[in-house]
Design a protein around this ligand. Sequence first.
Ligand code: TNX
Length: 528
Amino acid sequence: RILSTLLAAWIYACCTAAPGGDMRIAVVPRPTSVIEAPGTFRLTARTPIVICDEQLRRPAEIFVDAIAALTGFVPTITTVNAPAAIVLHLTPGYKPEEYRLVATRKGVDLTASTPQAILHGLRTLQQLVGAQGIPACTIEDRPCFAYRGAMLDVSRHFFPVEEVKTYIDLLSLHKINRFHWHLTDDQGWRIEIRSYPQLTAVGSRRAQTLVGRYSSKGPNQYDGIPYGGYYTQDDIREIVRYAAERHIEVIPEIEMPGHGLAALTSYPWLGCTGGPYEVWTRWGISDDVYCAGKETTFRFIEEVLTEVLELFPSKLIHIGGDECPKKRWKSCPLCQQRIREEGLKDEHELQSYFVRRIEKWLQARGREIIGWDEILQGGISKSATIMSWNGQAPGIKAARLGNPVIMTPKWYCYFDYSQTSDPARYEPLSNTRYLSVRQVYRLDPLDQLAQPHWQQILGVQCNLWTEYIGDIGHAQHMVLPRMAALSEVGWANDRKEYNDFVRRLHSLRRIYEAEGYRYAPYLFESIE
Ligand code: TNX
């Protein structure tokens, strides 16, 4: 730690190019307004950070760590006013995520009404710190969208607690305020549920993992190595606390009625055929899904969710809902009986019945559901939030119906897609599809919506599916710098300008370097 701090200080002193001209202020996401002034505030090893409220200690500590990584200086936090300081104030009169930052030769004042917005302001300040110090300026800033999310799939590959924290650090750096945690899928159940111990004893392990890209025509190659991992309830609480300290809300996802093979393997009575099943070793969509005809399925889900609600305070609970083939339900007597008894038209309405039933149960406990856009099929209640991933069309439809919407269309937001179309460039194995930084930046979450419907669009999200991503270094390579583009869509959609974004991106790149994050460097040479 000491060595790396010294090294960082040396690099800071010797190597950082002196910023000049319009390069002085470079912040991503783009602030609402920036007014530059002459002069610079010199940050030194003795610059104090004054907190005017104990609630600001944690944001200040997070900032100190960031500055130490960047400059080698470790500023001290104090509650006593001091000259030549960075002063953090809490005052009413600002929107929850809005802040105002004023830097002069004499010091820096950062004001907001919440600790969350103070942390946003500190993330901006972190980017302003250059070789000469902090350029004098006045920045007023607030986000366009309240929901700015990033998903991590920990089923296809398991990420240990420390790696999940690192992922959360990336979110925090980019002012992303929701962490969508995809905890269950066909290839692994990753959350300890005390009343159903088999879910982790059996469902968190698979026999082996696919090597290379999966082909439905085969042959496929497997590594022959058993694979597994799960979070204890203490681990989960630790992550939720870590995220909360960074003012990031964790939204858990428990997939249903499809993508449930790991649960079915653990308790085969959950499926229509009774199994036996196997935690999947391949990628794709499984025909075996939760049986919608059995009451025991609903009791299981409710008991699982009971424990989930104790761990996650978020209002929104993600119930999945995507890619649920109806094949088993079609030939299942109990599902057909349910369709008749409930007066449903078909299996799509049966899925809608399933989702609404869980929604009612959650609403009775003060929560709301969020689901992938397939939950629209067969009808949906007004209160369900739709995550639009099959393009923007399902989200547009849902917004017109009056439902809240998160835009996460795959052609803009799926960070498991390759970052370059140039095969000559080194890219780790990934999904065959291609998504450039520029393409992420092009997303307009309000596209094709009339103004009265804008309020239905809560925001945007990027998704990291991990079929081909086995560790956090690879995950960083996939999300950086595309997450910066997504962040600007969510924060500054009304003032996007791609060339200007690319110009500003260098300040984030310095932070990626200082923190030792992996990123796709060639994307900075000629961003496609
Ligand atoms: C579709 S998006 C899926 C995931 C895959 C992903 C791969 C969604 C709700 N379902 O199960 O991992 O594509 O890109």
